[in-house]
Design a protein around this ligand. Structure first.
Ligand code: BG6
Ligand code: MG
Length: 224
């Protein structure tokens, strides 16, 4: 029997807003400079993965992981990020995914703590562009934490509120993100394709399709 939920931890990219195309376009921009062609199949593989680890995955795939020093790798991720930030220019509250505000309001009304558990160092910038920072009681700083699928980001949020993980849930769109939630011992809610996110406890195709009756049973600790 699960417990009443006191905190919901949201992923940002792919749950609250859509940045995956911009991330991938920026990686393609960098890859081109490195003489690499990035296959479209890579977009899914890089979801939820930190900036530096994404670069490592790309380089490894092309046997180039030993071609650059750590300092050079950091410089390469800076190039990617600068391009990515340019692609985000013009992001406003219009870029908030459908159903997100309704969900944030619903959780606030039910006195549930809200945390942001993103791997992105751009989270504060994006939250400001979307103008939804005020909803979040806590934003996990991903710096120094192991990348998803390690549970660190989710565990940090639970620790911040001094909550046990069975009173928290995580909402994620990425395979690595769902694994991170599962590894933390929290109940996982997937946003996206059921076949891709088959390891999530519950999956909705997008936030707008969240089933509030089912979701209430989860929050009340009556699910499963
Ligand atoms: C995740 C994205 O949310 O953040 C990844 O799904 C991205 O694709 C990661 O690499 C890190 O983001 P950033 O903004 O710090 O480069
Ligand atoms: Mg995501």
């Amino acid at each position: 029997m699960s417990k009443k939920i006191k905190c919901v931890i949201f992923d940002l990219d792919g749950v609250i807003t859509e940045t995956s195309d911009q991330h991938f376009e920026a990686w393609q921009h960098l890859a081109k400079q490195l003489g690499i062609t990035l296959e479209p199949s890579f977009e899914e593989k890089l979801k939820g993965i930190s900036r530096l680890e994404s670069l490592e995955i790309i380089l490894k795939e092309h046997n180039k992981q030993d071609d650059y020093t750590d300092k050079e790798k950091t410089e390469l991720t800076d190039i990617k990020n600068e391009y990515y930030r340019k692609l985000l220019q013009g992001f406003t509250e219009k870029n908030i995914n459908q159903g997100v505000i309704r969900l944030l309001e619903y959780l606030k009304t039910n006195n549930i703590f809200l945390a942001l558990g993103s791997a992105s160092k751009n989270s504060p910038f994006i939250l400001e562009a979307l103008q939804i920072g005020q909803y979040f009681d806590y934003i996990v700083n991903p710096v120094g934490k192991r990348s998803k699928p390690a549970p660190d980001i989710f565990l940090d949020a639970a620790q911040h509120f001094n909550l046990s993980t069975d009173t928290c849930i995580g909402i994620e769109d990425a395979v690595a993100g769902i694994s991170a939630i599962n590894n933390s011992g929290m109940l996982s809610i997937g946003i996206g394709d059921k076949t891709i996110l088959s390891h999530a406890d519950v999956v909705y195709q997008d936030v707008a399709h969240l089933d509030y009756n089912e979701f209430k049973t989860i929050l009340d600790g009556e699910y499963l």
